[in-house]
Structures are given as C-alpha cells and as structure tokens.
Design a protein around this ligand. Structure first.
Ligand SMILES: [Fe+2]
Ligand SMILES: [Fe+2]
Length: 254
C-alpha cells in the first residue's frame, strides 16, 4: 500500500488538513528540538492511553500491575529524567500475557489491539530517543499543549458513553499524527523524512483500531459523535495557537 492509499481514509476522516503555516514553523531548524522532544512525549502518552484503557476497562488486577511495571522505565525517563537509551533498550518486552477480567469479547479485543499499539508506541519512543541521542539533543520536560485536553474535555461522564468518546478521541489523535507526519516528512532531512514515513502504517492502523473499538462497545451508530469530535479537533488545528508543538494549531507566536 502506498502512502497515498494509507492517507486517503485519514484525510476523509479528518475535517481539515494541517495548515501550511504550521509546516512553515515546523521545518525551521530552531524548532527541531521542541518537535522531537514533544514527539517523544507524545509516543509515551499514546502508549499510556492504551495502558489506561486496558486497566480501566478490560484486564484483571494482576495484568494491570504487570502493565504498570512495563511502563516504569519509560515514565521514569520522561517524568524524572532517569535512565538512558541503553537502559531503556532492555525493556521492550511485556513480562506476561494479559488476561481479561471477564469473558466479554470486547475486553479481549481491547487488550489485543491496545497491547499491539503499546508495543509500537514504545518502540517509536525508543526510535525518537535514538534520533535525539544521535543529534546530541538532550531531553528536557516541556509542558503539554492544548490539543488532547481540548478534545478530552468533551468526553461524556457516564458509561459506556465515556469510553466511546475516549476511543473516538484516540482515533482523531492517531489520524492527525499520521496526516502531520506525512505532510511534514518531505520538508525534513533524509533521516527524519524516512523515519516519519515509516510511522504512517502503524498510526493509520491505530486510528482504525480505535474507531472499530468505539463502534463495538457503543453497539449503535456513532457517526454523530464522530462528526462532533471531528469539529472539535479541526477547530484546535485551524484556530490561532500561541504555542508550537506537534499537535498545535495555527501558529500565532508573536
Ligand atoms: Fe506512535
Ligand atoms: Fe499511534
């Protein structure tokens, strides 16, 4: 499948393209550091989203604890600046397989899809850190932008609506990442261009997995809710934003 074929459903799903002004900002050499550090943090957050969903909605207690342990070295690195590329390379494997808390087939499906997603996101995390290390870019924590919060504040507070909304938000975040990687890649140096294009396939699947899970757990048509979050997401992308991050809006940085 070519990049164009991968991107076609994503472009149809998203209600706007990344503005050219964002690309102009993102390709400035002085913004490479914030772009990579924010990307690194986004990969951990993407993996954590999968972990939270499994622990809250699908796994038994023991499996939940095994998941937390799996994340420890990555979280220590991002939140406490402990560890190195070398120490993280030993932590790629989930120590045991995870069990669902009941025989509801949705739980097993959520576990299967999210475990694969977590493995891929943590691998991306490692790859971004490898690139940063090779370029002498030091990791320092930076505050989160408005994007994910801006969507999550619209999540309903009762179940299963809350889970449906979280899954739809997950689908939008993955789809936007995929569209942005594809649009930005040709403007970066060869290594980063190749790396960003290599991410498209998994991010495209993550978006579809989230959407399929949302449809399964809702058990009814969710197109209205998808459209609603699509509008919220597009507003965050096309409205002025004083901050520059991987998911920021239209740059208004004076
Ligand atoms: Fe990723
Ligand atoms: Fe992803």
């Amino acid at each position: 499948m070519t990049s164009e074929q991968l991107l076609a459903p994503i472009k149809a799903f998203l209600q706007c393209d990344t503005p050219d002004e964002w690309i102009t900002e993102a390709k400035k050499p002085e913004n490479l550091k914030v772009l990579l550090v924010d990307h690194l943090i986004c990969e951990l957050k993407a993996a954590q989203t999968g972990m939270f969903l499994i622990r809250k909605y699908a796994s038994d207690k023991q499996s939940g604890s095994a998941l937390l342990k799996w994340f420890e070295p990555y979280e220590k690195f991002v939140y406490k600046k402990e560890g190195t590329l070398a120490s993280l390379s030993e932590h790629h494997k989930l120590p045991k397989s995870l069990s669902a808390k009941s025989d509801d087939p949705f739980e097993q499906n959520l576990i299967d899809k999210m475990v694969l997603l977590i493995k891929e996101e943590l691998h991306h995390f490692y790859q971004v850190l490898e690139i940063m290390t090779a370029r002498g870019i030091e990791y320092n924590s930076i505050p989160a932008g408005r994007y994910a919060k801006g969507m999550m504040r619209n999540v309903r507070t009762f179940e299963p609506a809350s889970l449906v909304d979280k899954l739809i938000c997950g689908a939008y975040i993955e789809a936007r990442s995929c569209e942005r990687f594809a649009k930005l890649a040709p403007h970066l140096d060869d290594d980063l261009n190749k790396f960003y294009v290599s991410l498209l396939r998994s991010e495209a699947r993550h978006y579809q997995d989230y959407l399929a899970l949302a449809e399964q757990v809702a058990g009814e048509d969710i197109s209205e809710r998808v459209k609603f979050f699509g509008e919220v997401e597009a507003q965050l992308i096309i409205s002025d934003d004083e901050d520059f991050k991987f998911h920021s809006g239209l740059p208004n940085l004076q």
